[in-house]
Ligand binder design. Structure first.
Ligand code: MV4
Length: 449
């Protein structure tokens, strides 16, 4: 028996995104929500809704027992975790499967492996992905760290095995800084993650962040859906993402894409995954793998025409991949602007009542958002309230359309990042695709000065 009712263990725009894919497949949805989200759009649209706790995410969206109970009570036969919250919790994935509920996500063992950044790197290396030069696994002494650092050359970076996404990293400029930096990194990692395992990497000074979207069927078949360039970030929060990357040729895409697809096939990966690379001077270096659907997945959907959530649901239901590699074509260009309820330039959160809401529309314009006029944005969660995804035949055409779409968007009652996006789309470096992971913070610094 196939999946007929999906519990969506998330909120906001991604809960709505999952609901839409499910309904398009004739599958019912169950929303679970905190008391603060009773009026959310995805709760209104879902076939069933269950309140699972108070506003605090710890007591609601992270409350595993409440979510499993909600699935049992509502007769859900599958759980989609979205991104964040429980999406990369291997133990939760195991519990779901133990209850004979389908987990719309990767195998728990693969979530666990990729969650440990030392294991992830070891696995990626064994599968033939190019790595950042560094220690072979965890650092077990300062002497060993000094030897590795001497070999790869300073500056080096010490990273926590349990970190990731920018948490638990420290740059070590010279040999004189090594011992104290490693000791400090270990004690911070112990405090933050309960695990003081750290490893060393060559510090790349000015890379781009380029990530490949992959899909596996869990039985040794896998495809790649090209890359996304996510270099525009502030404090490890992505601001704008695009596909394809302005710096990759079709040959480089195919070469790297086949390497990652082959690796995923070999490991028997199941579901959606993202392989993150740093890219510098034409070379790729694996850093991490995310074992979930990502916020920026719509740019990949725009240039490939593949519905990634539908694909996730099909795979969890034991169906084969709906597309083969030679059927996947990369056509045109797409850019996503993340719209947050916050001051556009000082980033102070701005929750509250949305008095007016008008979404942009027209050809090749997509808005993923649970907003409506009269909705009160709660202060308890992430400030992202909408994603504007625009497609064009060329990057230039995409940018022209994106400017037009940003002009059309009306969100009143709260501050939003729309003015930031408008400013970015007037910057020559952005228009030229000439930016690295450092660009945005430097630009913001100069604006302030
Ligand atoms: C790095 C790096 C430079 N060299 N590793 C930050 C998030 C985590 N995924 C890995 N990160 C980095 N790892 C080496 N060897 C620079 C970063 C980094 C970064 C990476 C991607 C996107 C934005 C970033 C912002 C600051 C630092």
């Amino acid at each position: 028996m196939g999946i007929s009712r999906i519990l969506i263990a998330n909120r906001g725009e991604i809960a709505l995104r999952i609901h839409r894919a499910a309904h398009e497949m004739g599958i019912e949805t169950v929303a679970v929500h905190s008391t603060a989200d009773a009026d959310a759009m995805h709760v209104r649209l879902a076939d069933h809704a269950i309140c699972i706790g108070p506003p605090s995410a710890t007591d609601s969206y992270l409350n595993q027992a409440a979510i499993i109970s909600a699935a049992e009570i509502s007769g859900a036969d599958a759980i989609h975790p979205g991104y964040g919250f429980l999406s990369e919790n291997a133990q939760f994935a195991e519990i779901v499967e133990t209850h004979d509920i389908k987990w719309i996500g990767p195998k728990p063992e693969h979530i666990r492996t990729m969650g440990d950044k030392v294991e992830a790197k070891r696995t990626a290396g064994a599968l033939g992905l190019p790595l950042v030069p560094g220690s072979d696994g965890a650092i077990s002494s300062i002497e060993e760290a000094a030897e590795v650092a001497e070999q790869i050359g300073y500056p080096v970076l010490v990273k926590a095995a349990s970190g990731g996404g920018g948490r638990g990293m420290k740059v070590i400029p010279t040999a004189a800084d090594l011992a104290s930096a490693v000791a400090q990194a270990k004690s911070e990692a112990k405090a933050a993650f309960g695990d003081d395992t750290v490893y060393l990497e060559k510090y790349l000074g000015n890379p781009r962040h380029i990530e490949f979207q992959v899909f596996g069927d869990g039985n040794g078949n896998a495809v790649h859906l090209g890359e996304r360039d996510c270099s525009l970030q502030r404090r490890h929060q992505k601001v704008l993402e695009e596909a394809p990357s302005p710096v990759l040729s079709q040959e480089e895409r195919q070469r790297m894409g086949s390497i990652v697809a082959k690796a995923m096939a070999e490991m028997g990966y199941r579901g959606a995954g993202t392989i993150e690379f740093l890219w510098e001077n034409g070379e790729f270096y694996f850093i991490e793998m995310n074992t979930r659907l990502q916020v920026e997945h719509p740019v990949t959907e725009a240039i490939t025409g593949v519905d990634l959530v539908r694909e996730q649901i099909r795979i969890a239901d034991g169906k084969p991949l709906s597309v083969q590699q030679d059927e996947i074509e990369f056509k045109g260009h797409a850019i996503e602007c993340r719209i947050n309820a916050e001051d556009p330039f000082n980033f102070i959160p701005s929750p509250g009542l949305v008095t007016t809401y008008h979404a942009a529309g027209g050809m090749h314009v997509r808005v993923d958002s649970g907003l409506y006029a009269g909705y009160r944005i709660p202060p308890y969660y992430d400030s992202m309230i909408a994603k504007l995804i625009v497609y064009g035949r060329t990057r230039e055409g995409c940018i022209m359309r994106l400017r037009r779409a940003l002009e059309e968007m009306v969100i009143e009652g709260v501050k939003t990042s729309i003015p930031l996006h408008e400013a970015l789309l007037n910057e020559p470096d952005i228009l030229d695709g000439n930016y690295s992971i450092k660009w945005l913070e430097e630009w913001l610094g100069e604006r302030e000065a």
